[in-house]
Write a protein that binds this ligand. Structure first.
Ligand code: THU
Length: 157
């Protein structure tokens, strides 16, 4: 038996002003997206903004339903909208902002496993890294690629 370790790299920013202009704009788009969240059941509101290679930003928010499995997370709403309206255009970054009652959590809200798997697929077909920016009230985390939020990505091929 050999013990193994993996490392995950990410950057932590203490304010939006510390980030580069493009990332800052994408986070602001995620804030805008959060305002459109429909979450009358969980009261946890999430916004996501996907930046495409051609500069387009596609926003999404969590959309809940009385029949709960019928709802969808913000990240998948945004990615599926981007995939459906801009097919074949790589997704290069996604910013996510979430918290209760349209606020932000102190630590960034982190994406669920299903959303991470969907990120992985779009990163793969885009053939370039998709950076993931998670926004909290007191800190912002930036991961350069989906692999850093989903180690050992499932890949059927
Ligand atoms: N939610 C997201 O939108 N993204 C995630 O990655 C995790 C959870 C939503 C789903 C549900 O509407 C609410 O947050 C509470 O789980």
């Amino acid at each position: 038996m050999t013990g193994k370790k993996i490392e995950i790299h990410y950057e932590e920013y203490s304010s939006l002003e510390e980030m580069n202009a493009a990332d800052c704009e994408l986070v602001k788009a995620a804030f805008e997206a959060q305002k459109t969240s429909y979450a009358p059941y969980s009261h946890f509101n999430v916004g996501a903004a996907v930046l495409l290679e051609d500069g387009t930003v596609v926003k999404g928010s969590n959309q809940e339903n009385a029949a709960s499995p019928s709802g969808l997370c913000a990240e998948r709403t945004a990615m599926f909208a981007a995939g459906a309206t801009h097919p074949g255009v790589p997704m290069v970054a996604m910013a996510i902002a979430g918290g209760p009652e349209f606020t932000l959590c102190s630590n960034p809200a982190t994406p669920c496993g299903a959303c991470r798997q969907v990120m992985a697929e779009y990163q793969k077909i885009g053939r370039r890294p998709m950076s993931i920016i998670l926004t909290g009230k007191d800190k912002i985390w930036k991961f350069e690629k989906v692999d850093d939020v989903l180690p050992f990505i499932f890949d059927s091929i």
